[in-house]
Structure formats: structure tokens, C-alpha cells
Design a protein around this ligand. Structure first.
Ligand code: ZN
Length: 496
């Protein structure tokens, strides 16, 4: 949102209906339907951060929340309602590699090698190469790796587990390697790696991106680079290299990325309680989606994100309306619509890195993501089950609605792919409770046909009965956890 848009919005907010003013008494289904139809309309362009779609989305939500009677929850008079979040988008730019053998520059072809980093620029000059062979488990000690470029073969040793190549490189760099050079003797090709990394990477501006620097070479390039030693090196790796071997080679590697900054916002509202020192409950749902996500000749180019996550915003907003109309709760309730979830939970990370309230005072956080996957009548699951002290009380709150909580391995597979995960990293007890993940076959169908595709769009046939049930569930959860008599937080054992 630009400051001009912010000014227009302020005027709109001032003109909006005050809290409690008579609203047409729509049924819950109709209210949810109106939110999803608007937020997932083509006019909103797929709600991409930093676009006109963001302005429209946040203006719509803020007007709704203001009309419901929420107040700004940013606790920042300079930025009411909209907490600024600065993102950076990076795409690989320069890739450079030069090698020396016994101080003599090697003449090598320009193709067959690719150097990558996720930082703005990373450079290693004249670093010695250390051959590690096929690294599966343990990595060498820091003293051995420090300042050197670790050379590994991509294919794992026969019979040994194939390590995740990303974590292998991360572990080597963490253990002190200046860079990792991978010889692609396995299934991955240089083109595949280039294509995968050509997609943009996103981060919060100011985040420490680490010093990752990775070079990839084809087997043909490796044969030229290592010369007469190459066959013997592969043989020793196949035999299970007893210890790392220093090579008479040094390398200069450099990679850069091109950076674009994206100014975006989290929307934060608050329903003040009677007893703010008793803490707060947080209800959150991400507002962002992918924007334009297909190219012509496809007819539908927009990922509208009706289920993911216009339906979550609809549930959040209608839960807020019911809570605001009811009797005043003990604890404050914060309502957060996050940006950048689809780019890596970045809005949620921005919230915990710059929170509007002390994070320790959040007694419970409930994320709402894609509630319209399932219809009414399914049992509920807890994404994050067993990771917070909330489970018993969640079951009690659900019982007030005669709703069952069931265990679900399918739900657990979403744990790290939802905003609650970012909060858990900062010790905020955060879960996602809903019925949307309890029917594994239905979730699988959604993932295969609709998830992150232009087909996730609104139609009057969209079943919102599950989302309506979810509204009642979120209201029951918030009332339970915002009541000082129903819930007193158990402090987690101190880590010190
Ligand atoms: Zn998504």
C-alpha cells in the first residue's frame, strides 16, 4: 500500500459504520460467501504482495474489521492497522568460477559449471579444494574444512541412504567449508539445478542469509578440472574414502543475485479485553496468494486463492464479528492477516520479529488456513498436536460444540507449511485447529486438482459449510482461551 492509498483508506475508515451499527442480518453462509467472492475475484488479481491486489485486499479487510468494532492492533501510532513488512526477492545473476593448479590458471570451458548463492553477493578467492567423496552422514571437523572448498560427488555410495543434497551442502558450510563444489554424477543435471534456482527466492529485508556458496559441475567438466586424478578420485570415493584428500587445486568462485524490494503489510486488529495484563489470544490467517500464476495460452492466468486463503480470511472476519458482539472477554484478542505466507511464512516471521505485544503474553495462537477444503460434519484435527500445552483445553473447548478432535498424520505433514510454524519457532503456542485436514482423501484431491492453481477460484457452488462450522469452532476456542477462569497458561519449563 502506498502512502496515498493509506490516506484514502484512512478517509474510508473514518466514514465506515461505527461498531454495533445495524448491518443487514445475513446468514453466516452468505457472509462467508460474500467475503470469498470479493477477495478471490479477478479484480483482486490473486492478492499478490506489493500490488494493487494488496491495496484492495487490505482496504476490504480493514473496513470490515473497523465496522465490526475492532481497533488497530499494531500498537504503533505511526502505522495504525497496517504493519509494514519489507521483503526482498532475489534471482541468480552472476556465476563465475576460475581454477588454478599449482598456481597455473586452468583453461576450462565456460559451460558445465554454475555458481549460486542466496545472498546478494558471495565470493571465495583462491581457496584450496578438499575432496570428500560421497558424503552421507557425518561431515569432517571444522579444522579440516575451514577456508576450503568441499568437493563432493552428488550420487551417494551404493547401499547408503541418499542424503538431501540441500542439507548436505548446508551442513558442510555450517561446519566451516568456504563453499561446496558438487560433481553432478547422479540424477540431477546442471539444467535442472539452473531451472530450479532461476525461480525467485524471497526473504525479509535485513534477514541474515548466511554465507552459502555452491558450485555445480558436470562430470565432463570435472574430468577436465581434475585431469589425470579424476578416475582415481572416483574410485577412492566408491571404495569409501577413509579421510578427506587435499587436491593441488584452488578456486575462485563468485555468485551474485539481483534484488527487488517489495513493500507489503500485515493487517493487525484487536478486540480489547477486560484484563489485558492476563495476556492475549491471537487469531491469524494469511491474506496473500500468488497473483498471476500462469502464462498464455492458458485462459485463466490468475491464482485467485478462494480456498487458500480467502476462506480463512472469511472465517477470521466472521469469528471476529461474533466475538465483538458477545460479552467482553478477559484477555485481549488480536486478529492478524499475514502477508508473504506463500513466499515462506514471511509475514508471520515479521510479526514475531517485531511483535506489537510481548510474545510471552500470547497464551494461545490459532492459525486458519484453507478451512473450506472440507464440508461440515467432519471431526477436527490439531496441526501442531503435542507441541504446545494447549491440546487438553482445545479438546474441552471443542466439546462445548460436541466436536471431536482426532489425530491425523495428514494434518501433521502441513505443520511446517503454515504460519503457526513461524510462531512456534519463537515459542508462541500456536496450532491450527479445524476439520479441513481430517479427511485425507479429500485433502489429497484438493492438493492434486486445486491447490496453488488457477482452479482455486470462487463459484456459487463452493461448499462453505465446513468454513461456517470453523467459525463456530474458532469462536469457541477464543472464548475458552481468552477467559481467565477457563484457561490459565501453564508456563513451559524454562530452557535455562
Ligand atoms: Zn497456499
Amino acid at each position: 500500500m502506498t502512502s496515498r492509498n493509506a490516506a484514502i483508506l484512512a478517509a474510508l475508515l473514518a466514514a465506515a459504520a461505527p461498531a454495533g451499527a445495524a448491518k443487514p442480518d445475513r446468514s453466516l453462509d452468505a457472509a462467508l460467501r460474500a467475503h470469498v467472492a470479493t477477495l478471490a475475484s479477478d479484480e483482486y488479481g490473486g492478492r499478490e504482495p506489493g500490488t494493487e491486489g494488496e491495496t484492495l485486499t487490505l482496504r476490504y479487510l480493514a473496513r470490515e474489521w473497523f465496522g465490526i468494532g475492532l481497533v488497530s492492533g499494531t500498537n504503533d501510532p505511526g502505522n495504525p492497522w497496517f504493519a509494514p513488512v519489507m521483503l526482498v526477492e532475489r534471482v541468480p545473476s552472476r556465476s563465475f568460477a576460475a581454477f588454478h593448479r599449482n598456481r597455473r590458471a586452468l583453461a576450462l570451458p565456460a559451460e558445465g559449471v554454475l555458481v549460486l548463492t542466496s545472498a546478494p553477493r558471495q565470493l571465495v578467492e583462491n581457496a584450496p579444494l578438499l575432496f570428500l567423496g560421497r558424503v552421507a552422514g557425518a561431515v569432517p571437523e571444522r579444522a579440516e574444512l575451514a577456508g576450503r572448498i568441499a568437493v563432493v560427488l552428488d550420487r551417494s555410495a551404493p547401499g547408503s541412504e541418499t542424503p538431501d543434497p540441500t542439507s548436505r551442502a548446508d551442513r558442510l558450510i555450517e561446519a566451516g567449508a568456504a563453499a561446496v563444489l558438487t560433481v553432478l554424477d547422479g540424477e540431477r543435471s546442471l539444467d535442472e539445478i539452473a531451472a530450479r534456482r532461476a525461480r525467485a527466492g524471497y526473504a525479509l529485508a535485513g534477514d541474515d542469509l548466511g554465507g552459502d556458496l555452491e558450485a555445480f559441475v558436470t562430470p565432463a567438466y570435472a574430468a577436465k578440472l581434475f585431469g589425470p586424478d579424476w578416475a582415481a578420485l572416483v574410485k577412492s570415493a566408491d571404495a569409501g574414502l577413509p579421510h578427506p584428500r587435499s587436491l593441488p587445486l584452488t578456486a575462485t568462485l563468485e555468485a551474485t543475485t539481483r534484488e527487488t524490494r517489495i513493500a507489503t503489510h500485515n493487517l493487525i486488529g484487536k478486540l480489547p479485553g477486560r484484563d489485558p495484563p492476563a495476556g492475549a489470544v491471537l487469531l491469524l490467517a494469511h491474506w496473500d496468494h500468488f497473483g498471476k500464476c500462469a502464462e498464455p495460452p492458458a485462459e485463466d492466468l490468475i491464482c485467485n486463492g478462494a480456498i487458500d486463503n480467502a476462506s480463512g480470511l472469511a472465517v477470521l472476519t466472521e469469528a471476529a464479528r461474533i466475538l465483538a458482539k458477545g460479552k467482553k472477554l478477559d484477555r485481549d484478542v488480536y486478529f492478524l492477516a499475514t502477508t508473504g505466507e506463500e513466499l515462506g511464512l514471511l509475514g508471520a516471521y515479521a510479526f514475531v520479529e517485531n511483535p506489537p505485544l510481548p510474545l510471552e503474553s500470547i497464551v494461545a495462537a490459532f492459525n486458519i488456513d484453507s478451512p473450506a477444503i472440507g464440508p461440515a460434519g467432519l471431526p477436527a484435527t490439531i496441526v501442531g498436536h503435542g507441541l504446545t500445552p494447549l491440546d487438553d483445553d482445545i479438546a474441552k473447548a471443542a466439546k462445548t460444540l460436541k466436536l471431536r478432535i482426532v489425530a491425523s498424520p495428514a494434518a501433521e505433514s502441513f505443520l511446517r507449511r503454515q504460519d503457526g510454524w513461524a510462531l512456534l519457532q519463537h515459542d508462541v503456542p500456536a496450532v491450527m485447529v479445524g476439520s479441513n485436514y481430517s479427511d485425507a482423501a479429500r485433502v489429497e484431491r484438493f492438493m492434486e486438482q486445486t491447490y496453488h492453481r488457477p482452479t482455486d477460484e470462487y463459484a456459487p457452488t463452493l461448499d462453505l459449510s465446513g468454513a461456517a462450522e470453523d467459525v463456530r469452532l474458532q469462536v469457541a476456542l477464543v472464548r475458552w482461551f481468552a477467559g481467565t477462569r477457563t484457561f490459565s497458561p501453564r508456563r513451559l519449563p524454562s530452557k535455562n
